[in-house]
Design a protein around this ligand. Structure first.
Ligand code: PEP
Ligand code: MN
Length: 263
């Protein structure tokens, strides 16, 4: 169902007036984790000021260690909903278990499936049975073929609104947190009709690489870019090494706008 052979025209996913997959790249910015209303609001104000329509933030955090911050859960979803109303932003947030879906639907606009859950097939089937747009991230060590099959699991249940997200894969390279597989973008665009995002934060794990990798993503044909922004990354409860602060975000976005004008 997700194959280009089945449907030659591009799937366009509409979210809050944004047409993902048509009319230029869509940007998803926001903190790694929802930590407080004030923290998310500071980022939301900056996103809104840029005329953007989406915000991300994790309420359920799949952390490597069980002793690390696990997210605010339902409380985090409530904060996101309030922000959504006040700033006119659609919310992209990760859901980690089918048990949370029903409850989450009222609070969120896009269900993110994280890299660690790309092959959680029961979760894929459960989100496939909803009509919420889904942002599916590539698994930590998933091949492109496995990634496409994960999207197929979702669509096989009826949900057509799927966006793919390349977020780096595990290789022997240590210079970056993961290795951004930039060629996955045109391959996914050729093989499927779905919009493709690049997450420059989790792929690189390096602030100095966010801008060049975002430019590369756009140049190679990505439909969207995701990056993390936190009002004070040094005190962030997750991913403090790689989130942009607000001035860095402003500079990043200005550079991207200049780059887009060349097209
Ligand atoms: C995230 O986007 O919040 C996240 C945890 O990313 P990933 O699943 O790609 O590691
Ligand atoms: Mn993160």
């Amino acid at each position: 169902l997700v194959s280009r052979k089945k449907k030659t025209d591009d799937t366009v996913v509409e979210i809050n007036g944004e047409t993902v997959g048509a009319g230029g790249p869509t940007f998803v910015f926001g903190p790694c984790s929802v930590e407080s209303y004030e923290q998310v609001a500071a980022v939301a104000a900056s996103i809104q000021a840029k005329g953007l329509k989406l915000i991300r933030g994790g309420a359920y955090k799949p952390r490597t260690s069980p002793y690390d911050f696990q997210g605010l859960g339902l409380e985090g979803l409530k904060i996101l909903k309030q922000i959504s109303k006040e700033y006119g932003l659609a919310v992209v947030t990760e859901i980690v278990t089918p048990a949370h879906i029903e409850e989450a639907l009222d609070y969120i606009d896009v269900i993110q499936i994280g890299a660690r859950n790309m092959q959680n097939f029961e979760l894929l089937k459960a989100v496939g049975s909803t009509d919420k747009p889904v942002l599916l991230k590539r698994g930590l060590a998933a091949t492109i073929d496995e990634f496409i099959h994960a999207a197929e699991y979702i669509m096989s249940q009826g949900n057509q609104n799927i966006m793919l997200c390349e977020r780096g894969i595990r290789t022997y390279e240590k210079a970056t947190r993961n290795t951004l597989d930039i060629s996955a973008v045109p391959i996914l665009k050729q093989e499927t009709h779905l919009p493709v995002f690049v997450d420059v934060t989790h792929s690189t794990g390096r602030r100095d690489l966010l801008l060049p990798c975002a430019k590369a993503a756009i140049a190679i044909g990505a439909d969207g870019v995701m990056a993390e922004v936190h009002p004070d990354p040094s005190v962030a409860l997750s991913d403090s090494q790689q989130q942009m602060d607000i001035p860095e975000f402003d500079a990043f976005y200005n550079e991207i706008q200049k780059f887009l004008k060349q097209y």
